[in-house]
Design a protein around this ligand. Structure first.
Ligand code: GLC
Length: 742
């Protein structure tokens, strides 16, 4: 017995030791795993390859058998492998590696996975944060069921230049609206948190200032003051960090001569340092190696050194890391601590996603079958699509259409378009029969017997051979609806356009049909603001429908027939012509501001064109009208730690129930440095029945008054402010001043 006691004690101690020695927290598990990893295995985690199919970037060299590389622990993540079946094959290969570290599967789920939702710029026009979040939530649910762990979204780049094709992918020109939408999209994608089977890890991109490419030419240089960077381009990224975004992706551009992939100030000082970001940064496709083209490094060895030391953690498709990091560590050019930090960040996300517990947890064939295209998701897609349609013009209340119309002519190259409704960045839509064209939507709403159709012309072709038939078709109808615009591959990545006019002979067709004298409605489908001045000046009713995704036809029909009263507002300024670009609402006043569009007497103005845009930021009409009145302040002066409550009455003064996006703008009248003539600092989307009045309230606090000074300190300055409330940035209905006392 005496001999047994020590053994029992020893066993007890061992079991206690085993229990206590077992890593429990994710951090402890990561550390324990890190200790087992060879340098080669660590570097493998920093390497991301594209799958074998859809390339979303320039495919340079093939790495041969990627599955073999995965089995040898040389790959940490793969993009563009989708579907439970295929992701399982790649994950099985990873489970054959020595340490069985699971792969991360990433894809650009930008606006939908199986169901395509409106392009992000269209959704931004809804100013409806819950609808935008819901759209991302459904996209995440479908993507996660399709084996995806990680979406390279939301794209939160501020864009003030509609020549830039990727304007379609973001939330427009305004930092305040863009920050709220970034938050909504991160919450939508990540849901209740990583590890949930309906959540995907989000990725704030492209870090940073990618949308300010000079000339609107994609991938071009960006040159701006750090103050503009902090005031305009960084806020949506900070909002994404505050929303808990799991990853960042850096951008292709150089910022003031330093490529983002090698930019320590951006990636380490700001993102990981000042903002305390704990996730990881992936490069954009090949962007680390592209620093050679930039002339910033001489070869991939130096590219890897600069990028990893600047804070970039994972290398998408440039192979600079996998081919050079081991030598860089041996050459003492890259400290192992930086490698470990990058690996730690990546492994942490894999643990948070639950992939170590079950590498196949997102590869459930049964869930994949049942989650896609549910009736609730289809209804949500239709709802956010309707909310994204901007009513630009409605003379003589031509819209909504009467149900009594007997004959409707549908004319134009996009009337029967289906695939086009997806817009750019829609990689997975199953069969296109799920997509509702305008023609099909109108069949549902009006009945086929009432519809006449003529294509009239192509999108870019210059032939007018179809004009005659279109004219005759229009002459037979009570009303004509034209569906015009771009092709989806005319706006998106690497799709910058120097000429953003309505393409081909489309505006000539509109003129020809207008000559019939028939009531005419023009629908404009595009991923960007286009120029269409003749149409804007001569056609009585115009709807900007962007690219609305699967439910396009039904959503447009809902609006045309007034089943939904349009309430969208432009998230980006529409220029009169390319010569006005860049043009945006929150500009400085200058020393010689033009007072109105005719003031060219030694003022900051064009002598050959008005200064004002064709359509302003925040503009959009409704089938009803709204009255603003009774502006009140709780007080007219506040200390910087105080606040002022502002109220006003908003009334539906028309005969249709409808929503108004009431916008709050502020301007500090005197400050150093100067402030813009107005900045969006609040909005409320309010539903009102005909005749109904609601009192709306905004709170003014320090955060709404703060700005960056030339030392990049976020400050407030005492002084007088103008407060403006309106229906658009150029349609201010109420205005009064208040003071910040100190
Ligand atoms: C592309 C895009 C980026 C995307 C990535 C992967 O080049 O710039 O937004 O996430 O490559 O497809």
């Amino acid at each position: 017995m005496n001999r047994i006691k020590p053994v029992i004690v020893l066993c007890l101690l061992c079991s206690i030791n085993i229990v206590f020695a077992q890593p429990k927290t994710i951090s402890q598990k990561v550390e324990a795993l890190l200790k087992k990893m060879t340098l080669a295995e660590k570097i493998g985690q920093l390497n991301q390859y594209n799958g074998n199919w859809e390339a979303t970037g320039p495919v340079t060299t093939d790495v041969g058998d990627k599955l073999d590389a995965i089995k040898h622990g040389e790959v940490g993540s793969v993009l563009n492998i989708v579907g439970v079946k295929h992701t399982r094959v790649f994950q099985e290969a990873a489970m054959q590696s020595r340490l069985k570290i699971p792969l991360l599967f990433g894809q650009d789920v930008i606006h939908g996975y199986s169901i395509t939702f409106p392009i992000p710029l269209a959704e931004a026009a809804s100013w409806d944060l819950s609808a935008i979040e819901r759209s991302a939530r459904i996209a995440a649910t479908e993507a996660a069921a399709g084996g995806i762990h990680w979406t390279f979204a939301p794209m939160v780049d501020i864009a003030r230049d509609p020549r830039w094709g990727r304007v379609m992918e973001g939330a427009g020109e305004d930092p305040y609206l863009g920050s709220l939408i970034a938050t909504a999209r991160v919450h939508g994608f990540q849901g209740k948190g990583l590890g949930n089977l309906d959540a995907v890890m989000a990725c704030a991109k492209h870090f940073t200032a990618y949308g300010a490419a000079i000339g609107g030419r994609d991938y071009n240089s960006v040159d701006m003051s750090l103050r503009t960077l902090w005031e305009i381009y960084l806020p949506p990224f900070k909002a994404a960090v505050d929303a808990g975004v799991g990853t960042f992706m850096n951008s292709f551009n150089d910022l003031n001569g330093i490529p983002a992939s090698g930019n320590h100030y951006l990636q380490t000082d700001i993102l990981k340092g000042k903002w305390g970001f704990k996730g990881f940064i992936v490069s954009d496709w090949g962007s680390i190696g592209e620093m050679i083209n930039h002339g910033y490094v001489k070869d991939n060895y130096q590219a890897a050194e600069v990028a990893i030391n600047a804070g970039n953690d994972m290398d998408m498709e440039s192979r600079s890391y996998i081919n050079n990091l081991a030598k860089l560590v041996a050459d003492k050019k890259v400290p192992i601590q930086r490698i470990d930090d990058a690996v730690r960040r990546i492994l942490t996300k894999k643990y948070e996603l639950g992939l170590f517990n079950d590498p196949y947890r997102f590869s459930d064939a049964d869930r994949e079958k049942h989650v896609m295209n549910t009736p609730e998701s289809v209804a949500a897609a239709r709802d956010v699509a309707r909310k994204s349609i901007v009513l630009l013009k409605n003379e003589h209340n031509l819209l909504p259409l009467s149900k009594d119309l007997n004959s409707i002519a549908l004319i134009g190259p996009l009337v029967k378009a289906k695939g086009e409704m997806k817009g750019f960045w829609s990689l997975n839509v199953g069969d296109e029969s799920q997509i509702v064209s305008l023609y099909e939507g109108m069949q549902q709403a009006a009945g086929k017997s009432k519809l006449l159709y003529a294509k009239g012309c192509d999108i870019t072709d210059t032939s007018k051979a179809g004009f005659d038939e279109a004219y005759k078709t229009a002459m037979q109808a009570d009303v004509v609806i034209m569906a015009m615009g771009e092709r989806p591959d005319m706006t998106g990545e690497a799709k910058s356009r120097s000429n953003i006019h309505l393409p081909g002979v489309q505006e000539e067709l509109i003129k020809a049909i207008s000559a019939t004298g028939k009531p005419l409605v023009v629908l404009l489908m595009s991923g960007r603001p286009m120029v269409f001045n003749w149409t804007a000046d001569h056609v009585p009713a115009i709807l900007y429908t962007w690219w609305l995704g699967n439910q396009a036809g039904n959503a447009i029909a809902d609006v045309l027939y007034g089943n939904y009263n349009p309430a969208a507002k432009l998230p980006i300024t529409f220029p009169r012509t390319e010569g006005q670009i860049p043009i945006y609402y929150d500009h400085y006043n200058t020393g010689r501001p033009a007072h109105g569009d005719k003031d060219v007497n030694y003022t900051s103005a064009y002598i050959d064109l008005q200064n004002s845009p064709k359509y302003a930021f925040g503009y959009g009409l409704s089938y009803t009208t709204f009255g603003y009145s009774n502006l009140k302040f709780s007080k007219k002066s506040m200390a910087k730690d105080g606040e002022i409550t502002v109220t006003f009455d908003l009334q539906n003064t028309g005969k249709y129930a409808g929503e108004e996006v009431a916008q709050l703008y502020l301007r500090q009248l005197v400050s150093q440095p100067v402030r813009p003539v107005k900045e969006l600092k609040g909005f409320q989307k309010v539903m009102l029945q005909p005749g109904e009045t609601k009192t709306i309230s905004f709170t003014i606090n320090k955060e709404k008054l703060a700005f960056y000074n030339d030392q990049l300190q976020r400050i407030t300055q005492p002084g007088e402010f103008s407060l403006m409330i309106g229906s658009a940035s150029d349609d201010i209905r109420l205005q009064d001043n208040f003071f910040l006392s100190h």
